[in-house]
Design a protein around this ligand. Structure first.
Ligand SMILES: *Cc1c(COP(=O)(O)O)cnc(C)c1O
Length: 286
């Protein structure tokens, strides 16, 4: 699975006079989230290294990771399975796409889903590679280190949407290994401060919890208005679940002078196209 370097584009941030850079990882793949794609890179190389050809992972019915894994599996000849949390009707476009890419979907109760190791052992042998929910792992975060090497600026502030902390950990580690002066601002889109802070404790970052808008996939009118304004003025799609919240936060930082705008500001666009194209979001964004 080849990952090409994504473009670094400049835009004037809508609602400000400030020119910012946007690292277009959304362009790595038309529907698979950029960071999910990067997270898979080293895990799938490891799977192949171990001589394996099959994997099982975990996700909800709206999981970007699930679709990314299904797509990567199809392109690399790896048989993929995914445990789906809950027995709700299987009618999301995420699930349809995962199936289309040849993934075997196994619906389990929310109770059973909690113990992932037990669930895995019940269905699979050691010849199947275990991949955690969201692609969370050390190998997963390593894929994000590459982003830092691709951005050719000596000094900047870097913003992105953060959920499990895997992306933030990879970026922070990439920063540590580089000789560049980069301040990392992961913007949480989910209220899990302890989990993320704990995962990131060895590395330097400014994890911010003030822009979750009530929690995962929760929105407010001002966030929806911001997403519309941003997309209509830049031609770049963002979703209100991940990138919309992080960009909203970044603009707020700039407006409140909470960040030095003499240094370049870079936003990592992590993708999330399927989130924009869900019926609920399209209705909200009308
Ligand atoms: C999954 C996802 C994130 C969060 O990544 P983590 O590594 O879990 O913090 C951010 N943006 C998009 C579009 C995603 O799909």
């Amino acid at each position: 699975m080849e990952i090409y370097s994504s473009p670094l584009q400049t835009i004037v941030l809508p609602g400000t006079q400030i020119e910012i850079y946007i690292k277009r990882d959304d362009l790595l793949h038309p529907i698979v989230s950029g960071n999910k794609w990067r997270k898979l890179k080293y895990s799938l190389a490891e799977l192949k290294n171990q001589g394996l050809n099959e994997l099982a992972t975990f996700g909800g019915a709206y999981s970007n990771h699930m679709v990314a894994t299904a797509c990567a599996g199809a392109s690399l000849g790896i048989k993929t399975h995914c445990f789906i949390r809950g027995h709700e009707p299987m009618d999301s476009h995420y699930l349809s796409l995962a199936k289309l890419y040849g993934m075997n979907l196994i619906q389990v109760s929310r109770e059973e889903y909690k113990d992932k190791n037990a669930l895995f052992a019940k269905y699979f042998e050691k010849s199947v590679y275990f991949m955690d929910e969201g692609g969370k792992s050390d190998l997963g975060s390593r894929g994000l280190e590459d982003v830092i090497a691709e951005i050719d600026l000596p000094q900047y502030s870097l913003f992105h949407a953060s959920a499990t902390g895997t992306t933030a950990l990879g970026l922070a580690t990439g920063i540590q290994k580089s000789d560049k002066n980069i301040e990392l601002y992961p913007i949480a889109v989910i209220n899990n401060r302890e989990e993320q802070a704990d995962y990131l404790k060895e590395v330097s970052h400014h994890l911010n919890m003030d822009y979750t808008f009530g929690g995962y996939a929760k929105t407010k009118d001002e966030l929806i208005e911001f997403c519309k304004e941003f997309t209509s003025q830049t031609g770049i799609l963002i979703d209100p679940i991940y990138t919309g919240k992080a960009l909203f936060a970044m603009r707020d930082f700039i407006r409140k002078n909470a960040i030095d705008t003499v240094n370049p500001i870079v936003f990592l666009h992590t993708g999330g196209m399927l989130g924009v194209l869900s019926q609920r979001m399209l209705d909200l964004l009308k």
